[in-house]
Design a binder for this molecule. Structure first.
Ligand code: TXA
Ligand code: MG
Length: 341
């Protein structure tokens, strides 16, 4: 099979919705990253998603809806705070984990009694859900472990042989995945940070905290996604953190050692620091605009591999605001490898 790339007009959306109705899986754009969609209630189609991505069977999917009515079809006992958050942030990059209805198949939730739901802020995604008349289950449309796709071409290079259609909606405006918030515990927990920050959520509901995963503890993991190596390029990625001058010196030192060893290193930096490095360094945007860095991050990680580099050194970003989500993805892409300058 070679995936057909559909334009994001009425006809393309109609063909994609029809395919989903027949039990196929189709990639489509959202404001965060491209998703790989299937009918929420079709068990076989859901299993196709896991197979195409090479996704671990215990990692649940997100249901994409375009109305509150669709939430009610999937969720029972919707908490009042969840409704408040939907009103504040939907459509948008916030996913809420709530108690699932019995009709929702366990293939969707990977055996859990909870379901993750969000309303994407993308006209094509919303039109596709409308055309299906049904919520669409979708993880990110990348091969498991690789950076999430932010263009139709990224999807094609990962899954072009596995799926029939990709709707091309151009590059994603947010660039990293939604914030995932667990609403089933007494105190809502952020399972995955995103550009909807903990401060923004705290302004809307009284209590919220960050989930910390302890691989050694006996407690079952709250969000299976956190266990897996993620978003990683094939090149070895290292984050360098510290004072401005220190970071530059450290990176230049690591790069020259690599070159001496016959390796091909590349640097990921910001507009403010690019002048310290060679013209072939990859610029993530201004370090004062974490939203821009988020938009460019997965493109940059994929660019490292497109250039066939062996190693990549990225300057750490301040964890303020959306910077926390960017650093979360960078650290996971680096397998936690951070060097202090
Ligand atoms: O922005 C996004 O969220 C994108 C677009 C396509 O909507 N989707 C996305 O899906 O990033 P995926 O599958 O790559 O990530 C879903 C995350 C995983 O970390 C998963 O473990 C978590 O959501 N998740 C899903 N259902 C859950 C549940 N019932 N309980 C806890 N975590 C859940
Ligand atoms: Mg993913």
């Amino acid at each position: 099979m070679v995936a057909q790339i559909l334009t994001a007009g009425k006809r393309g959306i109609h063909s994609a919705a029809q395919a989903i109705g027949y039990g196929e899986i189709v990639a489509f754009p959202t404001e965060t990253v491209y998703g790989l969609g299937a009918d929420v209630l079709n068990r076989e189609a859901l299993l196709k998603i896991f197979k195409a991505k090479g996704r671990p069977a215990d990692n649940p999917l997100i249901a994409h809806v375009n109305s509150y009515d669709m939430v009610q079809r999937l969720v029972q006992n919707i908490p009042a705070d969840a409704v408040r958050l939907m009103e504040a942030f939907w459509p948008g990059p916030l996913t809420l984990v709530m108690q699932k209805r019995p009709e929702v198949p366990y293939e969707m939730t990977a055996g859990l009694d909870t379901i993750a739901v969000r309303m994407p802020a993308h006209p094509v995604a919303l039109a596709l859900i409308e055309a299906c008349g049904q919520p669409i289950a979708a993880p990110s449309a990348n091969r498991s472990g690789l950076p999430s796709p932010t263009t139709a071409q990224d999807v094609f290079s990962d899954l072009g042989d596995e799926i029939p259609y990709i709707i091309d909606g151009g590059p994603c405006s947010v660039g990293i995945e939604s914030t995932v918030l667990d609403m089933t515990s007494l105190r809502p927990l952020i399972l995955r940070p995103g550009i909807i920050t903990i401060e923004m959520i705290r302004n809307c509901i009284r209590s919220v905290s960050n989930y910390e995963y302890h691989p050694q503890s006996d407690e079952p993991v709250k969000s299976p996604g956190v266990k897996y190596r993620h978003y990683a390029p094939k090149a070895k990625l290292v984050i360098v953190s510290g004072s401005e001058g220190g970071v530059t010196r450290k990176i230049l030192d690591l790069v020259s050692k690599d070159i001496d060893r016959g390796l091909r290193p590349v640097i990921l930096c910001y507009e403010e620091s690019r002048r310290h490095y060679g013209a072939d360094s990859i610029v993530l945007g201004s370090k004062y605009r974490p939203e821009t860095v988020a938009r460019n991050l997965y493109w940059a990680l994929r660019e490292v591999d497109r250039r066939g580099m062996d190693t990549a050194y990225a300057e750490a970003l301040s964890q303020k605001g959306a910077g926390a989500a960017v650093m979360n993805r960078m650290l996971r892409a680096a397998g936690g490898h951070i060097e202090e300058a």
